[in-house]
Design a protein around this ligand. Structure first.
Ligand code: GRF
Length: 202
């Protein structure tokens, strides 16, 4: 059984999409071992508890990054987590965290990377006048929103869109893309060649 650890800081809709996909059998042989938030009392934690999942707040306010990360790593180890999924985790990971889970940390970002890394990616894209937007699931490396791309989903920007409606449609794609990317990574049927994620023949 693959043990997933979810890190979040807020709403938790991607976490719920992953949980629903597991329940529906779309991520075979996997379970969510623990949900960790660096912000106490967020909806994502409450939703995890409601589903009977282990849910922990490890408040990062005022803490040195490496020290807070050490606590998060300890919790992930305690729950025997194999794959760490960042799902709206609004905190940079220290190099030590990334080295503790080599090629075992995923993130979802609401743009077609490498365009529009960082905060408010959907608004950045909208204001830049792009005609195609989307989301990216990628491995996490030491640079922000930068690691090897696993899967992207693209959507057109409609003439009727504003930044808010665009973000909503991107979020819908995120909820499909993240579970699919997790299932693919857990299958192990891929290689990383340079910066390219290449799926192996079945
Ligand atoms: C999503 O847009 C995700 O791409 C970004 O943060 C947001 C988290 O939303 N990294 P939610 O907490 O999963 O609803």
């Amino acid at each position: 059984m693959h043990q997933l650890g979810i890190l979040l800081s807020g709403r938790g809709s991607n976490f719920l999409a992953i949980a629903d996909a597991i329940r529906a059998g779309a991520i075979p042989n996997a379970r969510i071992a623990v949900v960790i938030s660096n912000v106490p009392d967020v909806p994502g934690l409450a939703a995890a508890r409601q589903r009977g999942l282990a849910a922990i707040a490890l408040d990062s306010r005022g803490r040195k990054r490496a020290e807070h990360d050490a606590d998060v790593i300890a919790a992930l180890r305690q729950y025997e987590v194999e794959l760490v999924c960042l799902a709206g985790y609004m905190r940079l990971l220290s190099p030590g965290f990334i080295q503790a889970f080599p090629q075992r940390i995923l993130n979802i970002h609401p743009s077609l990377l490498p365009a529009f890394p960082g905060l408010d990616a959907q608004t950045q894209a909208f204001n830049d006048g792009v005609q195609v937007a989307g989301c990216t699931v990628h491995f996490v490396d030491e640079q922000l929103d930068h690691g090897v791309i696993i899967l992207q989903r693209a959507i057109p920007v409609l003439p009727s869109d504003d930044a808010h409606t665009l973000a909503g449609r991107i979020l819908h794609e995120e909820h499909q893309a993240y579970p699919e990317a997790i299932a693919r990574v857990l299958s192990g049927r891929y290689q990383i060649i340079g910066r390219r994620y290449v799926e192996s023949a079945q």
